[in-house]
Design a protein around this ligand. Structure first.
Ligand SMILES: NC(=O)c1ccc[n+]([C@@H]2O[C@H](COP(=O)([O-])OP(=O)(O)OC[C@H]3O[C@@H](n4cnc5c(N)ncnc54)[C@H](OP(=O)(O)O)[C@@H]3O)[C@@H](O)[C@H]2O)c1
Length: 262
């Protein structure tokens, strides 16, 4: 959709989600912004309102499928949604001691189940709309880390690979029903998530620049919005080559810190 008028974004309280909210904010646009931190969400909503948008916030955890479904249904009945962006996600890695079980489970619950919890109710609402035109659009926030499992963040890479494949499947399953599905695969973007990284992040970009690229890709209904191209080319290459040719290189890459909670 070129100019979506009602947009719901999960993980809108910071980073890329907040930048997307500000990117779409403008007169005639209604934004439904979700996240767990009500204070940060309110600040994003204020910025969007200052740009002329109408913004509603909801402190909802994407792991809570009933709460997310109720939020999406309520939003859609107040302003029929054009675009739902399943952006919320967390990342953590092995650090020096390996990945704790609880952390791996948490990453999967938020990054995989959380996306499914968001996408399903949106698909249901869109599919139930009468007529044969464009019924709605869904964007799923994967990552360039989805193309190969990194030793330093196995669960994170796996979670992003799962939702990339999920989105790619949905795209072709729902194309004839008039529902667009796009998968977004950013490289390194400056946010709370990358602020914790102590290693060099090639081609690190600002969240505002990422939001502009994502908006452009969604307006063209691109199936895969992957950027920056240099990192995409590298990710594509390590995925395409036989593992034995790249294993040594992959083992030498730095690990992301663990979140140390389990
Ligand atoms: N930054 C990068 O380099 C990069 C690259 C590729 C992909 N991504 C993906 O982009 C997405 C956004 O990340 P970011 O970089 O913008 O990081 P961020 O600033 O840490 O934002 C993450 C967002 O997800 C929300 N969130 C986390 N757990 C949640 C939960 N259980 N329920 C609801 N909301 C939750 C957070 O809100 P609350 O804390 O308020 O809940 C926050 O708004 C993630 O899916 C990430 O994997 C990021």
């Amino acid at each position: 959709m070129r100019n979506p008028k009602a947009i719901l974004i999960t993980g809108a309280s910071s980073g890329i989600g907040a930048a997307l909210a500000r990117e779409y904010a403008g007169p005639g646009v209604t934004l439904f912004l979700g996240g767990r931190n009500a204070e940060r969400l309110a600040a994003v909503a204020r910025a969007c309102t200052a740009q002329g948008a109408r913004a509603e916030t909801a402190a909802v955890d994407v792991v809570d499928s009933a709460a997310i479904a109720a939020w999406i249904a309520g939003a859609d009945s107040r302003a029929p949604l054009d675009l739902v962006i399943a952006n919320a996600g967390v990342s953590a890695g092995t650090g020096t001691a390996g990945e704790p079980l609880g952390q791996a489970q948490r990453i999967m619950a938020i990054n995989v189940d959380g996306v499914i919890n968001t996408v399903h109710p949106a698909l249901e609402r869109f599919a139930g709309r009468p007529g044969s035109g464009v019924k709605g659009q869904i964007a799923i926030m994967s990552s360039l880390a989805s193309f190969r499992g990194f030793a330093g963040a196995p669960a994170y890479c796996a979670s992003k690979a799962a939702i990339r494949n999920y989105g790619e499947g949905l795209r072709n399953a729902y194309a004839r029903a008039g529902i667009g599905v796009s998968v977004i695969c950013p490289g390194f973007v400056r946010s709370g998530m990358t602020a914790r990284n102590e290693f060099a992040m090639p081609f690190l970009m600002e969240a505002e620049d990422a939001a502009r690229i994502i908006r452009r890709g969604l307006a063209r209904n691109r199936g895969r919005i992957a950027f920056p191209w240099q990192m995409y080319a590298a990710a594509w290459l390590v995925q395409a080559l036989p593992p034995w040719t790249t294993d040594r290189f992959m083992r030498g890459l730095p690990a992301k810190a663990s979140d140390d909670r389990s």
